[in-house]
Design a protein around this ligand. Structure first.
Ligand code: CA
Length: 296
């Protein structure tokens, strides 16, 4: 068996100097040749076209934690109030989540290999244990998967669709689960990676075609790459501390797009990292995978 390549000395460059508050959730739309991403607190969906540098913005009208592609076309969102669709620029709720809890909002999410939409919640003040991971099935039913989380965050699946990886940022852990593609059930949690608090917090992530994990480190100015067994393999350095998420894009899926945040930085910190909130990109030696499309 070939070992995954080590990745070192990579530096990401600005692709779009977006000045976002919290740029997040990048998704590569291969048909459009665009990176779709969100600015969570501003409730914005962005479509960045790397060929001409344009960035199209759609206002959603409430905070948006994640955007995913839909099999039949268009986009689905995890917004403050639950799962929703965006059709002709209009937001329509599909399933409300925690509508009795105004102190919470939906956060990161992604589509699984069978077309279900997974997304979790967190308290606006990051209260301990206030978050939950949910699963929207293709029949539009919503299932509670993991209660008692704090910041439900990055999620992805192994290329063979037998393992799910999930991040709760506050304990700083990436947990692996056995994943049943037929039912969507997850079992046998084991802590794969623990980020020491001094290094920052794991935020969003993506899994590449070799099955390795690329984990954005909030407060750590980096995206780190890990083997499927959790062994560190290298890192990408960024000139912004609050690194939020990443995904592979470009015609050959060899460009790693990375989102960052400027939220909460002091004036002095902003002066020291004027590109905080930008969308970054770095060419890598491995390629990513096409995102799954939601079957809802
Ligand atoms: Ca996040």
């Amino acid at each position: 068996m070939t070992q995954p390549a080590h990745t070192s000395g990579l530096r990401a460059e600005v692709a779009l100097d977006a000045h976002a508050e919290v740029a997040e959730g990048p998704v590569w739309d291969g048909e459009a040749g665009q990176v779709i991403w969100v600015d969570i607190p501003r409730g914005e969906i962005h479509r960045f076209d790397p060929t001409d540098g344009t960035d199209q913005v759609t206002q959603v009208g409430q905070p948006v934690g994640a955007v995913v592609l839909r099999e039949r076309g268009g986009l689905l969102l995890a917004v403050r109030d639950g799962f929703a669709e965006l059709a002709d620029g209009q937001l329509r709720m599909i399933a409300e989540v925690e509508s009795d809890r105004p102190e919470n909002r939906m956060n990161d999410g992604k589509v699984d290999p069978a077309g279900r939409f997974w997304a979790g919640t967190m308290a606006l003040d990051s209260a301990l244990g206030a978050g939950t991971l949910y699963r929207l099935d293709t029949d539009r039913s919503v299932h509670t998967v993991l209660p008692g989380l704090t910041i439900s965050n990055g999620i992805d699946w192994s290329p063979d669709a037998t393992t799910m990886y999930f991040i709760d940022s506050t304990p700083g852990t990436v947990t692996a689960y056995d994943y049943d593609r037929q039912t969507g059930a997850i079992n046998e949690p084991r802590t794969l990676i623990e980020i020491p608090p001094d290094d920052g917090m794991p935020d969003g992530m993506t899994v590449d075609s070799e099955g390795c994990l690329w984990v954005a480190i909030w407060g750590g100015s980096a995206v780190r790459r890990y083997a499927p067994d959790g062994t560190p393999l290298g890192a990408v350095a960024l000139p912004a501390t609050q690194v939020t998420s990443c995904t592979f894009g470009g015609p050959d899926l060899g460009d790693l797009y990375i989102t960052t945040a400027s939220e909460g930085l002091s004036a002095a910190e902003r002066a020291g990292q004027p590109q905080a909130g930008a969308l970054f990109c770095v060419r890598t030696e491995v390629v990513g995978r096409e995102p799954h499309r939601c079957q809802v």
